[in-house]
Design a protein around this ligand. Structure first.
Ligand code: FPP
Length: 237
C-alpha cells in the first residue's frame, strides 16, 4: 500500500474517559461528570460536521460498565435516554445519522426504545454517521462474529476456506463502516479497554490528559490536526 499523507480522518473513534474524576475534582457526584460529558459529545459532533469527518464512534457504555453501582448505571441510562430525546432535533438539523453497536438487547426498555426511534428518525440523513457503542465489548463482538460465521457455515451458505480478514469484518457489528483512522482517548490512560479491538489495527492513537468533560471542540480540532501530520504506512515502507 502506498504511503499516505492523510488530512482529515474519515472515521474517528473516542474512548470518553475521566467523567468521574472531573466530578470528584469538583466535589460533585459522578453523574454530574457524565452530564458534563454529554456536552462534550455535542461539541464533538459539531466539530466532526465542521471538519468533514464522516463517522464518529463513541464508547458510551461498555459491557464492563454494567458492573458499576446500580445508581450510576441508572444515571447513565437516564442520561442516554434524555440525550437522545433532547438532541434528536439537533441531529436532524445537522443532518446526522445515528447508529448503535453492541449487545443492544441488554439495554433497559426506555433508552432502547428512544434509541430505535432516533435511529429510525435520522436514517435518511446524509451527513455525519454517529455510532454509539452501548453495552459494547470488543471481545464480545468478535465472539458474536464467530457465532455468525459458524451459523452461515452450518446452514451451508459459507465455505470455511473462504474465511479471510475481509469476510470476518463483514460479521462484525461495524460491517457498514470503514475502520477508524484515529482513536482518541481522554484522561491520559494508555489502554484500549476492549474497544473496537479488531477495527483499530491501523488506527492512529491520540491520548490526551484532558478529562472528557474538558475535551471540547478546540481539543477535537487539535487531535485532528495532529493526525494530519502523521505518516501512515499500514505496515509497508
Ligand atoms: C468514562 O468515565 C465514561 C463513561 C463510562 C460513560 C461515557 C458517557 C458519557 C460521556 C455520557 C453521555 C454520553 C452520551 C452518548 C449521551 P469514567 O466514569 O470511567 O471516569 P473516571 O475514570 O474518571 O471514573
Amino acid at each position: 500500500m502506498p504511503r499516505q499523507k492523510p488530512q482529515t480522518p474519515r472515521h474517528v473513534a473516542i474512548i470518553m474517559d475521566g467523567n468521574g474524576r472531573w466530578a470528584k475534582q469538583r466535589g460533585l457526584p459522578r453523574r454530574e461528570g457524565h452530564r458534563a460529558g454529554a456536552e462534550s459529545v455535542r461539541e464533538a459532533i459539531e466539530a466532526c460536521t465542521e471538519l468533514g469527518v464522516e463517522f464518529l464512534t463513541l464508547y458510551a457504555f461498555s459491557s464492563e460498565n454494567w458492573k458499576r453501582p446500580k445508581n450510576e448505571v441508572r444515571a447513565l441510562m437516564v442520561l442516554l435516554e434524555r440525550f437522545l430525546k433532547e438532541k434528536s432535533g439537533e441531529l436532524q438539523e445537522k443532518n446526522v445519522r445515528l447508529q448503535a453497536i453492541g449487545r443492544l438487547h441488554d439495554l433497559p426498555e426506555g433508552p432502547l426504545g428512544q434509541l430505535h426511534e432516533t435511529i429510525e428518525a435520522t436514517s435518511q440523513n446524509t451527513g455525519l454517521t454517529l455510532v454509539l457503542a452501548l453495552s459494547y465489548g470488543g471481545r464480545e463482538e468478535i465472539i458474536d462474529g464467530v457465532k455468525s460465521i459458524l451459523r452461515h457455515v452450518g446452514e451451508g451458505h459459507l465455505d470455511p476456506a473462504m474465511i479471510d480478514t475481509e469476510m470476518f469484518g463483514k460479521h462484525l457489528y461495524t460491517r457498514y463502516y470503514p475502520d477508524p483512522d484515529l482513536l482518541i482517548r481522554t484522561s491520559g490512560e494508555m489502554r484500549v479497554s476492549n474497544f473496537l479491538l479488531w477495527q483499530i489495527s491501523y488506527a492512529e492513537m491520540y491520548i490526551t490528559h484532558k478529562l472528557w468533560p474538558d475535551f471540547r471542540k478546540e481539543d477535537f480540532r487539535e487531535a485532528v490536526a495532529d493526525f494530519g501530520g502523521r505518516s501512515r504506512r499500514f505496515g509497508a515502507l
